[in-house]
Design a protein around this ligand. Structure first.
Ligand SMILES: *Cc1c(COP(=O)(O)O)cnc(C)c1O
Length: 389
């Protein structure tokens, strides 16, 4: 057993138990390691969870899912794709994989999500797709974005790397207005397969294209549709595809984790409420909650220091780290990065810039104990000059 030093609290610790270990062991003993029955079962369970009319395509990362989603939407050189500047680089990077141009726009100061008005202002005749990011697990206004996309004939690929199992107006992420949705099962996401991802869509043509492109552009259906399905050795290659398939080892973990997602979000939501009430009187801006009628997945707990805070964000981080508390920053906006500067020259992103100077992500994970959270609260209150609780 691991022992936890209470004075040192990690930013994140995955919750993997005996069921995940047993599932992996069973997979290893079965002799079938790569994409096979476990992947198929994981895809079916995932699609069933999202809604009855979607398909789920398992891949080895959300980055792969985003790439395949854009590829299936026909994005290519000369096209523009609108992305928020406050996101992980993968959101914009996949646009470049296809030779298209990412167009960064600002986020809303109050939700940290893409600003629909800024997105609309960035639309040109080259725009093909909008990629909203449900920031920290708070759903973007998918109703407004869908209406916007329809007005301009655009597709929506939402980056839901943070968002499982959030809802927008009673509909689960993956089935609430986007043409396709990418999920991440990276180690610190809301559920994990170590590395992994899923592309979800209700459009059968998008799903079929993604299935072909996730494995070398190999198309078995073309042949099987017309001939003997038993000729499993026969296939056609229709495009230079990718090597993005998920292993059955990972899918076996995913099947167990998927069954725990609702417990996970309930626990994180309780921890968030506890943080919020402990920090209510401090010079901070608490993380935005869900919009009316939505559900937040609470992947991240992001505080912003207010103007009244007694120290700068970097000093705040140093103080927390020297007290043994793991913290992170989500994110340094893309337009500040060397690679992305040339895509954003001459444009201003005041909300993202301001958020970046003030934000810090605190530890939030399922196995966090009351004592661990109390320790984080104590240090934050102490550093920010709050009265002893
Ligand atoms: C983690 C993350 C990704 C990439 O996920 P991978 O599964 O690691 O490829 C993409 N977008 C956002 C917003 C993320 O946080």
């Amino acid at each position: 057993m691991t022992t936890f030093d209470l004075t040192s609290i990690p930013f994140f610790r995955p919750s993997l138990g005996d069921d995940e270990i047993a599932a992996v062991t069973e997979c290893l003993r079965s002799g079938w390691l790569t994409t096979g029955p476990k992947c198929a079962a994981f895809e079916n369970a995932f699609a069933a969870r999202i809604g009855d009319d979607v398909e789920a395509v398992a891949v080895n990362s959300a980055t792969a899912a985003l790439h395949l989603g854009l590829e299936a939407m026909g994005v290519g050189p000369g096209d523009e794709v609108i992305v928020p500047t406050l996101t992980f680089t993968a959101t914009a990077e996949v646009v470049r994989y296809l030779g298209a141009t990412p167009v960064m726009v600002d986020v809303e100061a109050d939700t940290l999500c893409i600003d629909p008005a800024a997105a609309e202002a960035a639309i040109t005749e080259r725009t093909k797709v909008i990629m909203p990011v449900h920031f920290a697990g708070r759903m973007c206004d998918m109703t407004a974005l869908r209406a916007l996309a329809d007005r301009h004939g655009l597709k929506i690929l939402d980056d839901a790397a943070h968002a499982l199992p959030a809802h927008h107006r009673g509909r689960p992420v993956g089935n609430c207005g986007a043409d396709a949705t990418a999920f991440s099962f990276y180690a610190n996401k809301t559920m994990t397969t170590g590395e992994g991802g899923m592309l979800v869509t209700a459009n059968p043509e998008l799903a079929a294209r993604a299935r072909v492109m996730r494995l070398h552009g190999i198309d078995r259906d073309v042949f099987n549709r017309f001939t003997d399905k038993r000729a499993s050795w026969f296939y056609d290659v229709i495009a230079p595809g990718f090597k993005y398939n998920l292993t059955d080892i990972a899918a076996a973990i995913g099947l167990v984790q998927l069954g725990r997602v609702d417990d996970f979000v309930r626990i994180r939501t309780e921890r968030v409420a506890r943080y919020n009430s402990a920090f209510a009187d401090l010079p901070v801006i608490l993380p935005p909650g869900p919009a009316e009628g939505d559900r937040h997945s609470w992947h991240l707990y992001i505080l912003q220091l207010s103007d009244r805070a007694p120290l700068a964000r970097d000093d705040f981080i140093r103080a927390l780290q020297s007290a043994g508390i793991g913290v992170s920053v989500h994110y340094r906006p893309l337009h500040q990065m060397t690679l992305w500067k040339r895509f954003t020259e001459g444009r201003a992103f005041p909300n993202a810039d301001r958020i970046f100077t003030r934000c810090v992500s605190l530890p939030l994970f399922m196995s966090m104990t009351d004592a661990e959270q109390d320790r984080v609260i104590e240090v934050v209150r102490d550093v920010l000059g709050g009265a002893a609780a």
